[in-house]
Design a protein around this ligand. Structure first.
Ligand SMILES: Nc1nc2c(ncn2[C@@H]2O[C@H](COP(=O)(O)OP(=O)(O)OP(=O)(O)O)[C@@H](O)[C@H]2O)c(=O)[nH]1
Ligand SMILES: [Mg+2]
Length: 523
């Protein structure tokens, strides 16, 4: 094909035939001074242009490298164990990171104690009005305040909760249960008052709808936020008798409190005043908490499953003496059990050497509550792999966001959406049937699966049978949506069990890496 170049315009052409040279040529009348400043301007412009070129080059290089990074999404409903799994990755590949955060986790641990205490007291009170049974004891009459009185072994006036002079002289265990609840409320008032302040501290004061019974939403990076609250800033709020100045103190306590505060201020000016205040409250009401937790009425409510506390609440209440001791610093085990809800998507980066190759892994830990799931989508199209966590212990639980939906059912629906999502069709797929330890404990305690999952029928209410049943359902969902013959790697896990998790993570890491090398055609 013939090509004809357009002739340059005669008017704009310089003597050398270049149409631009006439424009760029300095005027014939240019003075020495003008020439020097022109050359200076041109040198500056070249420097800027070169540095832009360098930046573009560096950006390209970063992009090229980041395309080779591995992107792993941790998906699953709220409370399925995603953040716990992320902590296990951190323990394995950046252990000092978690160690540095130990102080900050006190806020969460204290919150994880204060919230269940409120719930236990509410449950004790509420069941006085309960009319229906909710578990295997369907034939039992409702366990109400009359039962509680019976438990306490004393006749009581049913209306007044004021203590008589005689009652004041009695030990707590000699009081009627109604009075005991009231006494617990009084003794634990400072801790109950601290709950919302701790929640505010963790969430930054943002009340997000859908935050659950036992939890509070936090954004990534909350650790530095809780630590960086200086004493001075927190003190501002305590001094006005606001929410941090807890009740039930006499003037001697106040003096002592002030001395402790002054000493603490000298010792560590950056320590959070709220956390210190709660630590001292816990130290002083540790025996009350233990007494409440071990109270026969609370045990009975738990046995009858009228009070269902989450695994973290049980863990911290069982460890209350250690956790409320002065100078308490959360252990790694405590951090793994601590509960806060993830808001949005938190990215964690790990550099790993896998079989001699250095790779950068980006772990995306997402918020699993229904209201958070839309935030996952932007991370789908370049995901290398997904670990989907399904908490198999949740067969007797319902979503906080929608109390009519069984949590296993929600997990199956969500897994179906993930398996069939076109953006994710090339991602390596791993399924963790998690919380197997909690499942085992429930089965051992006689909780019947077919009461909540009717299709379970009359199969044996034994751990192995239950796990096999749930596994078969998830595998079937995968098979039915598996257009690309993608392999599903399944593991039975307990995300809080560090020893077991470390070998599972290594296995999963290797299989993801092999898949990644294959798909990147690097082998
Ligand atoms: N006993 C036991 N507890 C677990 C297990 N996995 C997670 N947990 C606990 O369950 C709670 C919830 O776990 P998270 O990791 O916060 O759940 P998540 O999936 O990140 O939840 P969202 O951030 O709300 O989406 C925490 O208190 C964990 O310690 C498990 O396998 N066994
Ligand atoms: Mg989380």
């Amino acid at each position: 094909m013939m090509t004809a170049s357009r002739p340059p315009s005669v008017n704009s052409m310089g003597a050398d035939g270049d149409p631009f040279s006439a424009l760029l040529r300095p005027p014939a009348s240019e003075t020495d001074h003008e020439r020097i400043s022109r050359l200076q301007r041109e040198a500056d412009a070249k420097r800027i242009s070169d540095s832009i070129d360098e930046e573009i080059k560096a950006d390209r290089e970063r992009l090229r490298k980041s395309r080779q990074d591995i992107r792993l999404l941790l998906l699953g409903q709220a409370e399925s164990g995603k953040s716990t799994l992320q902590k296990q990755f951190q323990l394995l590949y950046n252990p000092s990171g978690l160690d540095d955060e130990r102080m900050s986790w006190r806020t969460v641990v204290y919150f994880n104690i204060a919230r269940p205490i409120t719930r236990i007291l509410e449950a004790l009170e509420a069941f006085g009005d309960a009319e229906e049974d909710d578990d295997d004891l369907a034939s039992d009459r409702p366990f109400g305040i009359a039962d509680m009185r019976a438990l306490s072994g004393m006749p009581v006036p049913s209306t007044s909760t004021d203590f008589t002079a005689e009652e004041k002289s009695l030990s707590p265990s000699q009081l009627s249960l109604e009075k005991q609840i009231s006494s617990f409320r009084t003794r634990l008032a400072p801790l109950l008052a601290a709950e919302s302040s701790l929640a505010d501290r963790l969430s930054g004061g943002i009340d997000v709808s859908g935050s659950g019974r036992g939890s509070v939403f936090v954004r990534s990076g909350w650790q530095s936020k809780t630590r960086s609250f200086t004493f001075g800033r927190a003190r501002e709020r305590t001094s006005s008798g606001g929410r941090f100045s807890f009740a039930a103190r006499n003037s001697t306590d106040d003096r002592k409190g002030n001395e402790v505060e002054l000493q603490a201020r000298k010792d560590d000016t950056s320590e959070d005043a709220l956390v210190r205040e709660v630590a001292s409250i816990l130290a002083s009401c540790q025996r009350d908490i233990k007494e409440l937790w071990e109270h026969p009425a609370v045990r009975k409510l738990r046995d009858r499953r009228r009070l269902k506390l989450e695994e973290w609440a049980e863990y911290f209440l069982n460890n209350i003496e250690r956790v409320s001791a002065p100078g308490y610093l959360p252990t790694i085990e405590d951090i793994l059990h601590a509960r806060i809800q993830t808001m949005g998507v938190a990215e964690h980066v790990f550099d790993m050497s896998v079989h001699g190759r250095n790779t950068r892994w980006h772990l995306f830990d997402v918020g699993g509550a229904r209201g958070q799931r839309h935030t996952w989508i932007p991370y789908f199209d370049d995901a290398t792999a997904i670990i989907f966590l399904a908490p198999v212990s949740a067969f007797d639980q319902y979503l906080d966001e929608d109390p009519r939906t069984n949590r296993i059912d929600d997990s199956l629906q969500l897994f179906k959406q993930i398996c069939s999502n076109a953006l994710l069709k090339r991602a390596h797929l791993v399924l963790f049937l998690n919380k197997t330890d909690v499942l085992r404990a429930k089965i051992n305690n006689g909780v019947k699966v077919n009461k909540y999952i009717t299709s379970y029928g009359d199969r044996a209410n034994e751990y192995d049978t239950v796990v096999a049943y749930f596994k078969a359902h998830f595998t079937q969902v995968h098979r039915r949506t598996n257009e690309n013959n993608r392999v599903l790697f399944t593991h039975l896990t307990s995300a809080v069990n560090t020893k077991a998790m470390q070998s599972i993570i290594t296995d999963v890491r290797d299989s993801i890496f092999r898949g990644y090398l294959k798909s990147a055609a690097l082998v």
